[in-house]
Design a protein around this ligand. Structure first.
Ligand SMILES: Nc1ncnc2c1ncn2[C@@H]1O[C@@H]2COP(=O)(O)O[C@H]2[C@H]1O
Length: 709
């Protein structure tokens, strides 16, 4: 199984390498082809449609191609000026130069084709459509620059002669491609500081080289050996060789740029101008060397400071607080141990800038070997381990140091990555057990194990025997993780219980008490929920009672009003028909106003009013004094208003309840349920009211009939 797996992984890698050879289309077919037959690769290679090849700029091929492109660009930057100024060098190696020239041109052309087929990201998606790629490249300024760098200026050789390679100066325009390649390398390299310094040195070398070439050309122009400043006479055998010519000029130029050593004083204006320009450039070169090297040193120190805590500051602090020599020595040893063994304490801080999933992957690959040695985590799901690794904090303990002491409050548990620790008695000598790599401890006091007599206190002293490398996991983090993985929690608790039982620190009745406590808790919860239901019912009943009470009161008040109105009306009935009518109207108005209060009872109320009027006339027949009439009517109206006001304010307290009832009813109706809902008390009330009214009306009518007869 393993072997087959390995083979398939390897073949996958090959398939990926093939992808950029075969192009996107051929790739799909190619995968099957490669699987099926060994010879298919060759067949597919012939089928490759190179025109449709699209390069992903994030892939290895593009990176490798950029590195290859460094060669022709650097070649042109170094050789064109050399051949221009050192004619002897140009002519002596002409076939070599011409070959290299056209080879570099070929690479420039290939580079343009590859750029044309390089996809780009649009909203995070790689664009592979060749028409779009072509359009984008051909409309960009890069294309113009690339085209300019490839113009066949070599035809100018016919005009100026083969010894003037300066005609190829346009080849230098490809410099941005070199920068791109170097930038990519800088992000990929594992040694960015070394890379930066090397890059700087190469730039300076090219600058000195150019200056050397120009110095030789200027000397040639002024006349070799005409003064002390220029290049000595080339007819002199000592300075005749091409190598000597170049090295002398390079040395002279390097002297100026590094401002080290004595250069001969210039004697002609041209020489002065050359020296002035060189010295100005030299200042910049010098400054950039110092600056860059300074940066590298600072970044190296910063890296160390991030990896390891700043010892200098701690030392200064300890000195200023007159800490004992012995303790200072221990602290020094601790730092020394970290540095020598490259123990990184602040990895969480260092990886902070990465997205969580990447941090998890790193943490998993770094810490999983340790976690997988821990027995309880061996059987755990991968997701639990992934959650755990991000929460682990590395800690290093020195020899003899106590990690925890019996009786302390526990805040974290520990996993041993490396080292040995002893569970020791209070005398610090008797060892109960020795814990080593892959063991864990400190879980008992943070797990709230039922029946644990020591509660949240440490049950033992743990002392580091030598240097020990631990991971600590805080109580909160552990609780968080375990809440989602109950099996792991049970496992941990079981181990804790075993230790506690051995130590006799687990209450026997702990389990039973736990069960009892659970039962009581369940009962309490049930009672509480019952109580809630009862309270709700009571509140509903209260509201219903309140509502019917209010209505009854309103009805009584209304009847009283009407009776009073009739009483005042009766004596005038015979004399002033109109006035009586007016009053009747007035009372009717009041009654109407009352009616609005009594919800949904209009018809019944009207019926009642008529009956009351009849009854009033029939029963009484007494003359009610006219004077008192007005007053009584007025006071009755005021009373009624007061009552209604009171009722209204009484209503307010129950408004929410009424509203809830209505809402409930509406919800039911929305559900298509026409039955009265939980909150349909009002409707029920209304129906009850109607029933009562019709009953009272019937009894009223009966009474009337009896009286009439
Ligand atoms: N006899 C023992 N063997 C191994 N580990 C122990 C023993 N006694 C205590 N421990 C561990 O030491 C830890 C001390 O802190 P805790 O009580 O939180 O949890 C304890 C256990 O994890």
């Amino acid at each position: 199984m393993d072997k087959t797996g390995e083979v398939s992984i390897r073949s996958n890698q090959w398939q990926r390498v093939l992808r950029w050879h075969l192009g996107q289309k051929a790739n799909e077919e190619g995968e099957d082809g490669v699987k099926d037959e060994g010879n298919t690769y060759l067949g597919l290679k012939l089928k490759v449609n190179w025109k449709e090849l699209v390069v992903d700029p994030a892939e290895q091929f593009y990176y490798v191609w950029l590195q290859v492109m460094i060669l022709p660009i650097v070649y042109n930057w170094v050789i064109i000026i050399l051949r221009t100024c050192f004619t002897a060098i140009a002519l002596n190696y002409l076939p070599v130069w011409l070959t290299l020239d056209y080879l570099s041109d070929l690479m420039y052309i290939t580079d343009m084709i590859i750029t044309l087929h390089t996809g780009y990201l649009d909203q995070g998606i790689l664009i592979k459509d060749l028409t779009q790629l072509r359009k984008r490249y051909l409309h960009s300024k890069h294309f113009l620059r690339d085209l300019a760098s490839l113009l066949p200026t070599d035809f100018l050789y016919f005009a100026f002669g083969i010894e003037t390679p300066l005609v190829r100066i346009n080849r230098l325009l490809r410099l941005p491609r070199l920068n791109e390649a170097l930038d990519r390398m800088e992000t990929r390299t594992s040694y960015p500081n070394t890379f930066r310094i090397s890059k700087l040195m190469i730039y300076i070398f090219v600058l000195i080289h150019w200056n050397a070439c120009l110095y030789f050309a200027l000397s040639n122009y002024i006349g070799f050996g005409s003064d002390r400043w220029v290049y000595p006479n080339v007819t002199n055998a000592q300075f005749a060789s091409m190598r000597r010519q170049y090295f002398y000029c390079f040395w002279f130029s390097a002297q100026i740029f590094t401002t080290v050593g004595d250069t001969p004083l210039p004697s002609r204006e041209e020489e002065y101008l050359f020296m002035i320009a060189d010295l100005l450039i030299a200042v910049l070169v010098f400054a950039s060397i110092v600056g860059n090297v300074g940066n590298v040193i600072t970044s190296l120190r910063d890296r160390d400071n991030v990896f390891f805590p700043n010892h200098e500051l701690v030392k200064a602090y300890l000195r200023s607080h007159h800490i004992s020599k012995e303790l200072r020595q221990r602290i020094d040893n601790w730092y020394q141990h970290l540095h020598i063994n490259k123990k990184i304490m602040r990895e969480n801080e260092i990886l902070q800038q990465l997205p969580v999933h990447m941090r998890t992957e790193i943490a998993v690959s770094v810490h999983l070997p340790t976690l997988s040695k821990v027995t309880i985590f061996q059987s755990c799901e991968k997701s639990l381990l992934e959650e755990l690794v991000l929460k682990l904090t590395p800690q290093v303990f020195s020899p003899g140091e106590y990690v925890c002491r019996k009786g302390d409050v526990g805040h974290e548990m520990y996993i041993i990555k490396e080292g040995k620790l002893a569970v020791v008695a209070d005398d610090g000598v008797t060892e109960f057990a020795v814990l080593s790599e892959g063991n864990f401890f400190g879980e008992i006091s943070i797990l709230n194990i039922k029946g644990n007599k020591s509660g949240n206190r440490r049950t033992a002293n743990i002392r580091s025997i030598g240097y020990s490398d631990l991971f600590s996991l805080s109580k909160e983090d552990l609780t968080d993780v375990l809440s989602e993985f109950p099996a792991a929690k049970r496992h941990l608790e079981e181990k804790g219980r075993q230790i506690l039982t051995k130590m006799g620190m687990l209450e026997e009745s702990g389990e039973a008490a736990e069960g009892e406590a659970e039962k009581v808790e369940t009962k309490i919860k049930r009672l509480e929920s019952n109580l809630e239901v009862l309270q709700t019912k009571l509140a509903r009943l209260m509201v219903e009672f309140e509502s019917s009470n209010r209505k009854m009161r309103a009805r009584v008040e209304q009847l009283e009003l009407e009776v009073a109105a009739l009483e005042t009306q009766l004596p005038e009935d015979g004399d002033e028909g109109d006035g009586a009518l007016g009053r009747e109207e007035g009372v009717g108005g009041e009654v109407e106003w009352e009616r609005e209060e009594a919800e949904g009872e209009e018809e019944e109320e009207e019926g009642l009013n008529i009956k009351v009027k009849k009854q009033g006339r029939g029963e009484d027949g007494n003359d009610v004094p006219k004077e008192g009439d007005g007053e009584s009517t007025k006071s009755t109206k005021e009373d009624a208003e007061r009552i209604v006001e009171r009722d209204k304010s009484g209503l307010k307290g129950t408004d929410n309840w009424e509203k809830k009832k209505k809402d409930d009813g509406e919800t039911n109706r929305e559900r298509g349920d026409d039955r009265p809902g939980k909150g349909d008390g009002a409707e029920i009330e209304l129906e009850n009211g109607k029933k009562e009214n019709s009953e009272s009306r019937e009894s009223e009518e009966k009474r009337q009939e009896e009286e009439d007869s």
